[in-house]
Ligand binder design. Structure first.
Ligand SMILES: [Zn+2]
Length: 222
């Protein structure tokens, strides 16, 4: 009888153990399906197809994204001057331990001029970002420049003032960019621009929307 119980409990243990192991395996292979987006980000998110030093590929996808999500406007046609460029730290600054505190910025003559895009990206920060984060950051800058969006206090928004909160997934991006393109997110607000904006004003006046890697506590100055 004792022997019977021994065998019985051994079998029970094996069954329970193998079932729980199966559950773990099943959980591991569940992959969240990617949400629908009318443009594909695959080329930007694949290290084999993206080009590290090509910022225009983000502009092209963004322009197509707005068109297929909302039908208009065509920001590719509307913006006759598109300056999207890297900034490099000087050797002297690197040697002195002085590093850029921002990852990217949009300037006054870009966001207050509906025919011009002017976005600078810090090269060193760029090389340290994941491909998904790069995509998020570029949409954030286009948000300043094209939509004149201010920073949002909501970490789920593309316009959140730090680059991105912690770990993001492609579906977080797709949900956020849909709200962003439809001008429909709770933290929405707009940069005010002079009503008499002209190239003369933009030559005299310097202002930037600086987007930082620092946590929010250090962002009061912005
Ligand atoms: Zn910003």
């Amino acid at each position: 009888m004792k022997r019977f119980f021994y065998i019985f409990y051994s079998l029970l243990f094996i069954i329970v153990f193998s079932c729980s192991k199966k559950n773990i395996l099943e959980e591991e292979i569940v992959v969240e399906p990617t949400l629908f987006s009318c443009v594909s980000y695959d080329t930007l998110l694949d290290p084999l197809t993206t080009k590290d030093d090509d910022l225009m590929q983000y502009w092209d996808i963004f322009v197509a994204d707005v068109l297929c999500t909302k039908g208009a406007p065509d920001y590719g046609q509307q913006n006759t001057v598109v300056n999207i460029f890297f900034e490099y730290e000087s050797d002297a600054a690197i040697a002195a331990g002085v590093t850029q505190s921002h990852i990217a910025y949009s300037s006054f003559d870009g966001y207050c001029n509906s025919a011009k895009v002017n976005v600078g990206v810090d090269w060193r920060s760029w090389t340290e970002m994941s491909l998904l984060k790069r995509l998020w950051v570029m949409y954030h800058e286009f948000g300043h420049d094209v939509y004149r969006y201010e920073h949002s206090p909501d970490p789920a928004d593309i316009m959140y003032y730090s680059s991105t909160p912690g770990f993001i997934k492609i579906n977080d991006f797709i949900e956020a960019k849909d709200r962003f393109i439809k001008r429909d997110f709770p933290g929405i607000s707009y940069i005010s621009c002079p009503s008499d904006f002209s190239d003369d004003i933009s030559n005299e006046y310097e202002d930037y929307h600086i987007c930082s890697l620092h946590p929010p506590d250090f962002l009061d100055e912005y």
